[in-house]
Ligand binder design. Sequence first.
Ligand SMILES: [Zn+2]
Length: 129
Amino acid sequence: MMFPVLKHFSSGEFNHPELMLVPFLYWLDLVRDRAKVAMVITDDARLAGDVPSGGSITSLHYRGRAVDVRSRNWSAADKWRVAEAVMFYSNQAPGKIELELVYDADGDKHWHIGVDDTAKTHQLLESDD
Ligand SMILES: [Zn+2]
């Protein structure tokens, strides 16, 4: 897929920009614009078979529908703005939101922000993975 021109993200910030779903990227850009919080992408689309430890083989990452964003540098106010922006635009997303706050053992906390076209409800999850 052609990587679109976005206000806040460029293809170089993604490991597999060619595998990202374009409508998801436009939606993520909207969220980033509203939140006004820097987003460092630590994981994005994954190749089939490229399963990180603790990762699910059915993850939205394999369909180019999720990113992981580093959260350890965010203030409490930043986190609020990101969560608010995700929720503000939830019904414009190309699917139901999967927002997961992940507290990695290695300390690199991240928020998994995905959009699932097969889900019936938006979901807010927490994980120790
Ligand atoms: Zn993720």
